[in-house]
Design a protein around this ligand. Structure first.
Ligand code: AMP
Length: 307
């Protein structure tokens, strides 16, 4: 099945207890694309970058089978820039700088070749822009997932509530779920959020795994305990890319298959954090992914007889 990815493409400057980077390639769509590409190469992209964005990354996308006709390059402008600093526990981070640049007036174009979109992953972007992509597609995809963050909740909550009415699945972290619902307990938060539109909700809990809510069913997967967490940037997007990539590959939206999708998403995210930026994802092989999924199976499997 074909997968359309929409989201930011950026330069990131990251500081973690392990080191610091100066302007490396990042952005939600970047991580989602590399991750989903492990599962499908029937992919399309809608994003915007400035003339400063490396052309070899765009060329690399093309060799991976990603259709970049919907990527706008604004030669005389600057790409989106984000900078963040992680706390010692690596679970929390502070955003230091958000420079929207080309994202500030992003008007997405849906090329004619993008008519047959089956799966749509709306990565982190201004919610009104995310909604405009749904509205501009000639046919509603069979599955629409959306990721967002506190930044947009703070400045565009009404826009977010509007696009949420048009999606199937929301992917956010636990703090964002609390902010969006006004509830601390995640089961209650999920109930409220699912009342706002999506029938499926995935709540990411960083090193504590992820929760899947679909209608009245719940599933939990842990995150794989790792010896080294170098840089968590993009882990959430990589997770989302893995989930949507797996769903597009298998074309099965049952609860049982969604459970498998969040395990694959978690496995992808576990690779992302092991190196800075996209370094690990770019070189990842499918066989490494399958080995890691097996580690997940082993770590959660137990025999128990409930009497
Ligand atoms: P994650 O760590 O999965 O939450 O995603 C980190 C990525 O999100 C970085 O590569 C940033 O470039 C991107 N990002 C940060 N803030 C925003 C924003 N307000 N809108 C869109 N993308 C963002």
């Amino acid at each position: 099945m074909s997968l359309l990815v929409v989201g930011s493409m950026a330069f990131d400057a990251i500081e973690t207890p392990y080191g610091k980077t100066d302007k490396i390639v990042g952005g939600a769509a970047t991580y989602i694309c590399y991750s989903a590409n492990q599962f499908t190469n029937d992919m399309k992209l809608i994003a915007v970058v400035g003339g400063d964005f490396p052309k070899e990354i765009i060329a690399d996308y093309k060799t991976r089978g990603i259709n970049t006709e919907g990527l706008q390059i604004k030669e005389n402008e600057k790409s989106f820039f984000w900078s963040g600093k992680y706390h010692d526990n690596m679970n929390q981070r502070d955003t230091l700088v958000t420079e929207l640049n080309v994202l500030g007036d992003f008007d997405p174009i849906v090329p004619e070749s993008y008519t047959d979109v089956d799966y749509l992953m709306l990565g982190n972007l201004q919610p009104a822009v995310q909604e405009s992509v749904i509205d501009r597609l000639p046919k509603r995809p069979k599955f629409i997932a959306l990721d967002t963050m506190n930044f947009w909740m703070d400045i565009a909550m009404e826009e977010l509530k509007s696009v949420m009415k048009k999606i199937d699945c929301l992917i956010i972290n636990d703090e964002e779920a609390r902010q969006l619902s006004g509830e601390y307990h995640l089961k209650l938060a999920a109930k409220k959020i699912m009342g706002m539109g999506p029938n499926t909700l995935i709540i990411k809990k960083g090193e504590h795994g992820a929760l899947l809510f679909k209608e009245d069913k719940i599933f939990f997967t842990p995150a794989l305990p790792l010896e080294v967490v170098f840089d968590p940037t993009g882990a959430g997007d990589t997770f989302a890319g893995g989930v949507c990539g797996y769903l597009a590959q298998t074309d099965d939206l049952s609860f049982e298959n969604m459970k498998r999708a969040i395990v694959y998403g978690s496995a992808m995210a576990s690779f992302c954090v092991e190196k800075f930026g996209t370094e690990m994802l770019v070189e990842l092989k499918r066989s490494d992914l399958e080995d890691r999924v097996q580690e997940f199976v082993d770590i959660v499997n137990f025999d128990i007889l409930v009497s």
